[in-house]
Write a protein that binds this ligand. Structure first.
Ligand SMILES: Nc1ncnc2c1ncn2[C@@H]1O[C@H](COP(=O)(O)OP(=O)(O)OP(=O)(O)O)[C@@H](O)[C@H]1O
Ligand SMILES: [Mg+2]
Length: 424
């Protein structure tokens, strides 16, 4: 079966890498892909928002399955576009992707079905939001309703910061229409974790939990990024807490989506906060694989990913058993100088050949391209994700950093403390 994967980051490299292992997989196309993906699949120069071109390409190549990576096309209805052409596609329809695309929708849904989440108020006018904000105290959280490339949330530690965030969203409109509504939310204390699940309606198969490192510098300092590293499993978290989140948050949410007439099919990503008393509560839902969570979760998948996707698409997800390895994985992101602000592109990357691509370490490309001489060069903020595998977090972590050190490019930056929290 030929397959089309949509997207071009580290997440999509990991998806393509996992699909490639399936005996059923034929040609794998990736639109637009990147230089690393190009080593194992056929990259197609179509952007993720060009639905007409993508559906035409899939029809022409008669692909048996389309897999969608990024959030924006899902929120814009890419799955509906493929379904209209009767092309099998793994991912949520537009009305289900709204669980990520609209924070007010997500919060109202959880509230209606009594699913744990931080207390909140929502507003569609600046004056009303400001009046409410003036009755609150810092710390407090201000969220633009719509997608904002991961930048729409401010955890304000002072009221000045909160006022500024509200102004940016609703007056200056830095996120455009995404800021037409705003959520003002209670600040939650605790430790975060992510649980991704394969979902079809009420059927939920959770993947192993992972933790992300959002800030750019060691010790969780500096501005937020798309993610500087991840690891899985979480040996320092009581498994009962993970079970609690699955039973009392993720499964009820899948059920609620069905009850609302918006059955979710795809990967449902729960962003959770483990509160100081050990109870998990919901920070957010995403409607897709996480990046870089996928890079640490899929290498632990022992089952055939293509079979899992097909079961979801064919309505037989309840019948599949999904197996995971006990191995630990740690992903260290190598980023460009200046990221998450502006950064240079086109810098040659050395040492990729010596860095392993199988066995104990895997290098997933995020922002890479080939220059005219056929050499790998940087082409994004996050350039590579180096994943180490081992019997435990310590071994996986050593493998990841060993490989990460062999790879060099001018201005390379990475955190040196990925997964240290889990060294128990
Ligand atoms: N109520 C809260 N209390 C404390 N921290 C919070 C709260 N809500 C959000 N955060 C912090 O802000 C981050 C981003 O929030 P959220 O996940 O809602 O936004 P997002 O832009 O959708 O993120 P992503 O890009 O990961 O999808 C969270 O991972 C968490 O660290
Ligand atoms: Mg989100």
């Amino acid at each position: 079966m030929d397959i089309l994967v949509i997207g071009g980051g580290g997440r999509e490299h990991a998806i393509v890498w996992a699909l490639k292992k399936s005996p059923k997989a034929g040609r794998i196309y990736c639109a637009p892909g990147n230089a690393g993906i190009g080593q194992i699949a056929e990259c197609v120069p179509i952007a993720v928002n060009e639905f007409d071109k993508l559906t035409a390409f899939a029809a022409e190549k008669q692909v048996g399955l389309v897999v969608v990576g990024p959030d924006d096309p899902l929120a814009d209805g890419i799955v509906d576009a493929f379904e209209a052409k009767e092309i099998p596609v793994f991912g949520p329809r537009k009305n289900a992707a709204e669980i990520e695309g609209s924070k007010t929708f997500m919060k109202d849904l959880l509230h209606k079905y009594n699913i744990p989440t931080a207390a909140y108020e929502k507003f569609d006018s600046y004056d009303a939001a400001l009046a409410y904000l003036n009755t609150q105290k810092a710390p407090i959280v201000i969220k633009a309703d719509g997608l904002a490339a991961g930048k729409g949330v401010t955890v304000a530690h002072s009221m000045e910061e909160a006022h500024q965030a509200l102004q940016d969203i609703m007056v200056t409109k830095v996120f455009g229409e995404s800021g037409a509504q705003v959520v003002i939310e209670q600040f939650l204390e605790g430790q975060e974790m992510s649980i991704l699940s394969f979902v079809d309606g009420e059927i939920v198969h959770p993947m192993p939990a992972a933790q992300d490192h959002k800030q750019v510098f060691d010790g969780d300092r500096g501005p937020n990024t798309g993610g500087m590293g991840t690891y899985s499993p979480l040996p320092h978290i009581d498994p009962a807490i993970i079970e609690d989140a699955i039973e009392n948050i993720i499964k009820p949410t899948a059920k609620a989506m069905v009850a609302e007439g918006r059955p979710f099919r795809g990967v449902l990503f729960a962003g959770l906060m483990i509160q100081p008393d050990g109870t998990p509560t919901t920070v957010e839902f995403n409607a897709r694989f996480g990046d870089p969570e996928t890079q640490v979760v899929l290498p632990r998948l022992k089952s055939d990913l293509l079979e899992v996707f097909l079961a979801a698409v064919n309505g037989t997800l309840a019948d599949v058993e999904i197996e995971w390895s006990d191995e630990a994985t740690v992903c260290v992101v190598l980023a460009s100088e200046g990221y998450p602000a502006s950064y240079p592109k086109g810098l040659p990357i050395e040492g990729l050949q010596s860095a392993g691509n199988e066995g104990d370490a895997i290098v997933f490309h995020a922002g890479t391209a080939l220059n005219a001489e056929g050499q790998f060069v940087t082409n994004g903020g996050r350039v590579l994700g180096v994943v180490g595998l081992g019997a435990g977090i310590a071994e996986a972590r050593d493998k990841a950093y060993e490989q990460a050190e062999q790879i060099t490019f001018k201005g390379k930056q990475n955190r040196t403390d990925i997964a240290t929290k889990a060294l128990v």
